[in-house]
Design a protein around this ligand. Structure first.
Ligand code: HEC
Ligand code: HEC
Length: 340
């Protein structure tokens, strides 16, 4: 209930932001109030690459240098060269195709709007959003100067903001090769009859996504069983017991132990240590019969994790066991229950 209230509050707030004077919903929830114009303005500070969102203002390189030395150089160095491990803001040209590329405003960033937006929004670190708009213009001009984009008499303003190209602008372009997502995204999406037919490949009951009993659910919640104690000679009784419960996912097709008979799947007696495809009277797929696999803990673990992926063309209609614990447990169980 608490969660639900928070969600509706957020929804109401978002709706209010989007449409200032609109009622939250017919009848309303009795929550929140329309956001004030000032609140929206404080939140809506992003600057787009095309300059949309830039406030009117200006600042020059010299003013920017003073501000930068004062407020930024303790971390970024007087010339953007960085102090210690703080980010470097200038230089790095021609380093992008090297093993350790130096990505700076000059060598890497494609849009000047990101510099303005970032400094305005997030710097100086620890005292974010303390700079005036003109100060941000001046600092941005100084960062351009440090990156050899302008001379020291340059003044940046909202009017000439897009005039100076960023050095690495051309390094960013749409990748429209057939092998990437773009053509896929641009294609007309299929809206009706898109799949050729639906085939049921697995039943939830077999996949065991739904616990059959309360005990199953409790067991799934419980701490996972870990591998057998290496000091003991065989698998631990706990592991075998856990495996017996996992084996319920197999028992619709497989029998094991005294008097076991082939069903949808072969009898699994003696399976650990045996070559694949040996159960008498069972009609294996050619893939399984000719696989040459010998079932040991390693091959069984791989097979049970992904039966179809492990051996193409085999006919075991089982999606696989997701947890390593379950796999180890069921192998231990088969070892004990199927022992001659
Ligand atoms: C106390 C140290 C500190 C101060 C002072 C500081 N910064 Fe930063 N700056 C950082 C840190 C840390 C980051 C990286 C933040 C991150 O990646 O989340 C950063 C990142 C940046 C970046 C982006 C770098 C990149 O390539 O990602 C810019 C641009 C920048 N700062 C500009 C400034 C400016 C301009 C000032 C002064 C107004 C300033 N910083 C003051 C610590 C500082
Ligand atoms: C939907 C029925 C079905 C389920 C469920 C199922 N199996 Fe199978 N299993 C088969 C079939 C069918 C084969 C024979 C595959 C072939 O011939 O390609 C097989 C083969 C095997 C083999 C190889 C046997 C051999 O003689 O080489 C092992 C081991 C095995 N299953 C273990 C398991 C375990 C463990 C589970 C449960 C975690 C399980 N299976 C769940 C149907 C199933």
């Amino acid at each position: 209930m608490k969660k639900l209230l928070i969600c509706t509050a957020i929804l109401a707030a978002t709706a209010a932001l989007a449409q200032e004077s609109a009622p939250s919903r017919e009848g309303g929830y009795g929550l929140g109030r329309p956001a004030l114009t000032e609140e929206i303005a404080a939140w809506d500070i992003d600057i787009r690459p095309d300059g949309l969102g830039l406030p009117v203002g200006s600042g020059d390189v010299w003013t920017g240098e003073e501000l930068f030395v004062d407020q930024c150089s303790a971390c970024h160095g007087d010339f953007g060269e960085a102090v210690g491990r703080w980010p470097i803001l200038a230089g790095g040209f021609g380093s992008l195709d090297q093993e350790d590329p130096v990505k700076t405003v000059g060598s890497y960033w494609p849009y000047l709007s990101t510099v303005w937006d970032y400094v305005h929004r997030a710097m100086p670190y620890g005292n974010a959003q303390s700079l005036t708009d003109d100060e941000v213009y001046a600092i941005t001009a100084y960062l351009m100067y440090l990156n050899n984009m302008v001379d020291d008499d340059f003044e940046l303003s909202n009017e000439n903001f897009l005039e100076i190209p960023m050095p690495n602008e051309a390094g960013f372009f749409m990748d429209d090769r057939d092998t990437v997502e773009l053509p896929e995204f641009m294609a007309e999406p299929c809206m009706t009859g898109c799949a050729e037919g639906v085939e049921i490949t697995m039943r939830a009951a077999v996949l065991d996504v739904t616990p059959e009993t309360a005990t199953d659910a409790a067991e799934e919640q419980a701490e996972p069983e870990t591998a057998a104690d290496p000091a003991a000679s065989g698998p631990s009784p706990e592991l075998v017991a856990a495996g017996e419960s996992v084996f319920r996912q197999c028992s619709s097709c497989h029998q094991i132990g005294e008097g076991a008979r082939n069903g949808a799947g072969p009898v699994l007696n003696g399976i650990v240590g045996m070559a694949a495809g040996q159960a008498e009277g069972f009609r294996y797929s050619p893939a399984m019969a000719q696989s040459g696999i010998v079932w040991d803990e390693a091959t069984l673990a791989e097979f049970l994790a992904d039966p179809r992926g492990y051996l193409r063309g085999n006919r075991m209609g089982f999606g696989g066991l997701r947890s390593e614990e379950d796999i180890a447990a069921v192998i231990a169980y088969m070892q004990v229950a199927g022992a001659p």
